[in-house]
Ligand binder design. Sequence first.
Ligand code: 5GP
Length: 190
Amino acid sequence: MKRLEDKILKDGKIGEGNVLKVDSFVNHQIDVNFMCEVGREFYRLFQNEKIDKILTIEASGIGIACLTAQYFHVPVLFAKKTQTCNIFGDVYRSKVESFTHQKTYDIIVSKSFLHPGDRVLIIDDFLAKGNALLGLLDLIHAAGARAVGAGIVIEKAFQDGGKRVRDTGLRVESLARIKSMSVENGITFM
Ligand code: 5GP
């Protein structure tokens, strides 16, 4: 998505440890009009699929998932991150190693909202090492639901997450795929 690439080049900031900051329109302040365009693009890509539900992970995925869901007219379910055990009753649970925070946390969704046979589209902001997506896939499989695909705003294609997730057979559509990124040489796209 050319407009997204242009926006990343204009507003993105490269931080420590291969982290791209897009806080001015995705991860802190949200440019709603622009993210609606992102949602519309996900709709264009997945409109021929039957989708019952969009699944994302808190916190940054929620806004993007909601702005996407308005075109599919389906609910958004977000996996909650939690470090506490045992206090939730009927949940599906998986473990995710965080790329940005360098710790492992549990993600959970209530069994009330993910059902056998549900056709689920995953939406998230970034794909780096793939741990978040693989954790969400775990939850979907635990429920006996089916992942139809994943829509990612920014894939850091120089990391191995894209391969790990596509190797499971999942269709992954990333709207911007970063080939290389460094403070010295800036950002290039695939
Ligand atoms: P993964 O699990 O694929 O390694 O990382 C995906 C998650 O880590 C995303 O949900 C996102 O929140 C966060 N993340 C990974 N890389 C970046 C990055 O470069 N910038 C930002 N802002 N978040 C990232």
